[in-house]
Ligand binder design. Structure first.
Ligand code: ZN
Length: 80
């Protein structure tokens, strides 16, 4: 039987679907029986979603480099 400590250890892999089917089934069964791990997993999922939500706009911002390059160029031109 999988323990609460195992759940904590495997939780991020579980949420990434990065575990063998048997392990995932065991975790699922544990989560159905253990309210603490169930709550823990829910909170972790929410946290991961929030972080992903926060990070995405920064990552998908290709304009920043161009803007910086333009500003640097303007700055150099003003110095001449
Ligand atoms: Zn548990």
């Amino acid at each position: 039987m999988i323990s609460c400590r195992d759940i904590a250890k495997l939780s991020s892999q579980y949420l990434d679907q990065d575990l063998p089917l048997m392990t995932r089934m065991r975790i699922k069964i544990h989560l159905m029986m253990c309210v603490h791990c169930h709550r823990f997993m829910k909170q972790l999922q929410a946290t991961i979603n929030a972080v992903k939500h926060l990070k995405e706009p920064e990552i998908t911002h290709p304009d920043i480099d161009n803007q910086v390059a333009n500003l640097l160029q303007q700055h150099r031109q003003n110095q001449k």
